[in-house]
Structure formats: structure tokens, C-alpha cells
Design a protein around this ligand. Structure first.
Ligand code: CP
Length: 303
């Protein structure tokens, strides 16, 4: 692998290798000097709490030099193009560029124009992909249920606009899942299942939850939605919000995930987000280990 742009073409063996490495880092820690001499730069055109922070922590814990490129105080505000910005940063020596952008395909575009010794990692592009989130969600589930082929997985919420849903489904399917239920009101369901292998769709939340082993709740993404598509919050919660009564429809030890940030009281009730079946903070912790594994995979040979 030179870049990590999507999980679409990663096979079972590659994903398993990354998850095994992440689990080792989580349990045993990582060699502090594994990426000594490497430089990792984060370039985020959209806001982030979890992804950016965990990439910074991951690269520091592996001994890399790490820099957050501050767009608001950069010369992009004077009209410098993205490619000129890229080549300027490369001239200062760069091993990895971690990119988040609101446009689908922008990390791939940068990867296509970057020097051949720069690894580009997609930290989320538009509605297209969020590959490290897909990996960390798979790691979180696998810690309790490694038998993906037997899992009934419900993914509920704004699927149409969700890069997380796409990357999650691609990871779970590569690991053997074939009962993945995508649940949302019609306006939030995907128009095609091409990017969602092993999935089916339903507007019936109770049916999606029935005996589910894993429920992944997604944030309503008002920023990617036309105003007319955004339902009244209370109405949405009544039909598609996960509360304790609804969670009882799922399997007894059903794991509840949410990539964050959470809209409490809209897609998930606080008592579920903070309840005993919630894996939400485990996901955050696994994010650091997963990003360490990805950085190690892409960069370890060159340090
Ligand atoms: N899950 C996720 O991508 O969170 P952030 O937007 O906070 O990075």
C-alpha cells in the first residue's frame, strides 16, 4: 500500500493484518522510534475532534515529527492553490499527508499529484470514504465478536450522506458479513447499493434492530443535507432514535457504536450513548491504535 484512500478494494487478509497490528499496539504499546525521522502532516478542510487528534497522537507515539497545517492562517487565504500548497509542503520534506476534505475524491486527487514518496491518507472526503473509521469500527466489533460472517449488523441514520457507512460496510463485508441492514427514512437511504456490498435497506427501524448483534447509529449531517430533507428533530427521534426500549429489540449483548460527534436526543438517547452496551469511547480509544497501524503499514519501511 502506498496510500490509504478507501477500503473498497482491500481484501480480508489486508484488513486483518491492519487490525491485528492495531490490536497489538493497543495491548502492548508500540516501539517509540518506529517512525523516527518521518514527518506526518494533517491537512483538514473540515472540522474534526477525534480523527485529527488521534492521527497526531498516533504519529507522536510512533516517534514521527507531526504538524497540523493551520489552513485559516495559511497562504491558501491569499489564493494559493491546493497543488501549490502541496508542493510547498513537500519541499520541506513530508512522508505522510493526512487529508480531510468536503469534496469526494480530493485525497485521491492529491495522491495523484504528490511526490511518489509521500503517502496520502484519507481522513474523510465528502460522502465518499472514511477508511480509518471503517477499520476502527471493525476493530471495536472484533474485540467482542470476531465472527463477522455470523453478525447481524444494523446501520441506522443518514446513510446517504455518510462516508462512515460506506467504509464500515466495505470493511465488514471484506471480513465476511452478509447481513448488513441499512435503515433510514427514504430520503436518507442510498440511491444505489453499489458501494454497500452485503447490504439491504429498510425504512422500518424496529425490523432493522430485530436480533441485531451490532447497531451503528449515524449522525444526522445537516451540513450535507438540503433544508427540505432535514426532519424535525423530535419527529426523527420518535421514529429513528435509539432508546432503551428500542435497544431491547436487538440481541442481548448487542454492541452500540456511533462514530461521533453525537446528536444526543436525535439519533441516540443519552441513556444508550452512556449505557452498558455503548462502545463509543472504545471506538475513540481504538482510533489511536488503528491510526498507528495504518501509519506503520505505510511508513515503517522508510524510517
Ligand atoms: N468520527 C469522526 O470522524 O469524528 P471527527 O469528525 O471528530 O474527526
Amino acid at each position: 500500500m502506498q496510500h490509504l484512500l478507501t477500503l473498497e478494494n482491500l481484501d480480508h487478509a489486508t484488513i486483518t493484518r491492519l487490525l491485528d497490528r492495531a490490536e497489538r499496539f493497543r495491548v502492548e504499546g508500540a516501539p517509540r522510534d518506529l517512525l523516527a525521522g518521518c514527518t506526518v502532516l494533517t491537512l483538514f478542510f473540515e472540522h474534526s475532534t477525534r480523527t485529527r487528534t488521534s492521527f497526531v497522537l498516533a504519529s507522536k507515539r510512533l516517534g514521527a515529527d507531526t504538524l497540523n497545517f493551520d489552513l485559516t492562517h495559511s497562504s491558501t487565504s491569499k489564493g494559493e492553490s491546493l497543488l501549490d500548497t502541496l508542493h510547498t509542503l513537500e519541499a520541506m520534506h513530508l512522508d505522510a499527508l493526512v487529508v480531510r476534505h468536503n469534496e469526494n475524491g480530493m485525497p485521491a486527487y492529491l495522491a495523484g499529484h504528490a511526490n511518489s514518496d509521500v503517502a496520502v491518507i484519507n481522513a474523510g472526503d465528502g460522502t465518499h470514504a472514511h477508511p480509518t473509521q471503517g477499520l476502527l469500527d471493525a476493530l471495536t466489533i472484533r474485540q467482542r465478536r470476531p465472527d463477522f460472517e455470523n453478525l447481524r449488523i444494523a446501520i441506522c441514520g443518514d446513510i446517504r450522506h455518510s462516508r462512515v457507512a460506506r467504509s464500515d460496510v466495505q470493511a465488514f463485508h471484506a471480513l465476511g458479513s452478509h447481513d448488513i441492514r441499512l435503515c433510514a427514512p427514504a430520503t436518507m437511504l442510498p440511491e444505489s447499493l453499489d458501494e454497500f456490498p452485503g447490504s439491504n435497506t429498510t425504512e422500518d427501524f424496529d425490523a432493522a434492530l430485530a436480533d441485531a448483534d451490532v447497531v451503528i447509529m449515524l449522525r444526522i449531517q445537516k451540513e450535507r443535507m438540503a433544508a427540505a430533507q432535514f426532519p424535525e428533530a423530535a419527529d426523527y427521534h420518535a421514529h429513528y432514535g435509539l432508546d432503551t426500549r428500542r435497544l431491547a429489540l436487538a440481541a442481548k449483548n448487542c454492541q452500540v457504536l456511533h462514530p461521533g460527534p453525537i446528536n444526543r436526543g436525535i439519533e441516540i438517547a443519552p441513556e444508550v450513548a452512556d449505557g452498558p452496551q455503548s462502545r463509543i469511547l472504545d471506538q475513540v480509544a481504538n482510533g489511536v491504535a488503528t491510526r498507528m497501524a495504518v501509519l506503520a503499514e505505510l511508513l515503517a519501511a522508510r524510517s
